[in-house]
Design a protein around this ligand. Sequence first.
Ligand code: OFO
Length: 169
Amino acid sequence: MINEKMEKAFLEQINAEMFSEYLYLSMKAYFANLNLAGFVNWMDVQVQEERAHAMGMFDYVLERGGRVILEQIEKPENNWNSPLEVFEAVLKHEEYITSRINALMDVAEETKDRAALAFLNWYLKEQVEEEANVGGILAQLKMIGDDKNGLFALDKELAARTFVAPVIG
Ligand code: OFO
């Protein structure tokens, strides 16, 4: 059975993952208005990944005999000045999520919940990947600057991303 402190931390993280989904959905809409189909696709995959992250924890809490109580999801930002600004916000958000996963692992350590610690390892590795992936796109956007052809080439590249349902835990 999951301890109360750990359960609370997981429920807060489920909310944070659902917020991530909501934020990327908002970014997807932003790119749709710019007619950048590849960026739209990239965000769509991101949305699906975030739902999978949330559901991984949702299922885990239930598996450990806990109760899942859902809270309100915060309103996401909906306006940015450029694709570069969006990806700066994505990186900042993912760094924040990484810090939250670390804090969750601190709770697992404090409460000697080794099962939760092992489970959270997957999320920690996922964050390393997410930050690297987003950091790469951000670097490309910085290089592209105001070059429209560069932006369209990157859009084409991002159109190739596909969602693969993760095996969590
Ligand atoms: Fe983007 O990794 Fe979950 O939130």
